[in-house]
Design a protein around this ligand. Structure first.
Ligand code: C2E
Ligand code: MG
Ligand code: MG
Ligand code: MG
Length: 278
């Protein structure tokens, strides 16, 4: 969009910025209402083993805004994060994810997902009360700590390394496993990996796309799988969309797979229906 050699280039550029800022403040305003009116819903995307059995699921926020219609989390999560609204939204999500886990526990004594994972933003994670609040909610719904897992991204881990490690250790001691999300997409540094008490690494979706044919993605993914093996961490792949991607990946030392090829994110009702009649 930047026009070279155009003296008016700046005004084009700044009107783009203005449009972006307008959009952002619209989202923020509607988000505030959404928190009040509870316009959110949680979808659950199953994670499967190589045989297709459901191991767990990831909780994913969905927002149908009264004012803006459907807004993608990729768009509103950053706004929620910047504005601080992620705190009440995150509390709402934790509360409702715990409710769902409790429902599953009550309904099905035999076939149950091992865990539900929730995404935690940096702003949430660094709250001094984060762990305590989480434990309180788990206890209130009588949810075993190992039924909930936490997904954080590399960026959370790298800002504030010593605080992060202490916090992760605390969660770990409480039996809450931590998964490193979108691994490879951020400012990854391999040197800190062994310092973090991680249960799992989730390889970023971008490395899984066309992995059956893309040599680059094969090499990157194999290396991450090796690293996980070395550090005794589980390795999960997300964004598996095709049979051939799955076939390629099924030869690898991977704990779980996630992607449209197996399940799309499902509304809670449909997700619960997967465990009916056990
Ligand atoms: P993420 O944690 O990496 O979540 C995985 C995303 O990949 C989800 O997008 C999911 O719908 C999508 N996905 C799953 N399988 C496939 C596939 O086979 N192909 C493709 N192309 N995509 C697939 P979604 O739900 O739009 O969420 C985007 C991001 O928003 C999440 O990325 C996460 O970073 C953030 N997010 C979502 N819910 C929450 C939340 O409750 N709290 C926080 N803090 N962040 C959230
Ligand atoms: Mg995630
Ligand atoms: Mg991810
Ligand atoms: Mg992501």
């Amino acid at each position: 969009r930047i026009k070279h050699g155009n003296r008016n280039g700046f005004s084009f550029f700044s009107s783009d910025l203005q449009a972006l800022a307008d959009k952002r403040s619209k989202i923020e305003k509607s988000l505030r209402q959404a928190v009040q009116n509870e316009e959110f819903e949680i979808y659950y995307q199953p994670l499967v083993d190589k045989q297709g059995a459901i191991l767990g699921a990831e909780a994913l926020l969905r927002w149908q805004s009264e004012a803006l219609g459907w807004v993608s989390p990729a768009e509103f999560i950053p706004v929620a994060e910047e504005s601080g609204l992620i705190l009440p939204i995150g509390d709402w999500l934790i509360e409702n994810a715990c409710k769902l886990i409790k429902t599953i526990q009550c309904n099905n004594k035999h076939l149950q997902p091992k865990y539900i994972s929730i995404n935690i933003s940096p702003r949430q994670f660094i709250q001094p009360q984060f762990t305590e609040n989480l434990l309180t909610t788990l206890d209130r719904y009588e949810v075993a700590h190992n039924k909930l897992r936490i997904e954080i991204t590399e960026n959370v881990a790298i800002d504030n390394m010593s605080l992060t490690i202490a916090k992760m250790q605390q969660l770990n001691d409480e039996g809450i496993a931590i998964m490193l999300d979108d691994f490879g997409s951020g400012y990854s540094s391999l040197s800190y990996l062994h310092k973090l008490p991680l249960r799992t690494i989730k390889i970023d979706r971008s490395f899984i796309t066309d992995i059956d044919t893309l040599k680059d993605n094969q090499v990157i993914t194999s290396s991450i799988v090796d690293i996980c093996e070395h550090f005794s961490m589980e390795c999960i792949v997300e964004g598996v969309e095709t049979e051939s991607e799955f076939n390629y990946l099924s030869e690898k030392n991977i704990t779980a797979l996630q992607g449209y090829h197996f399940y799309k994110p499902l509304p809670a009702k449909k997700f619960l229906a997967l465990f009916k009649g056990c």
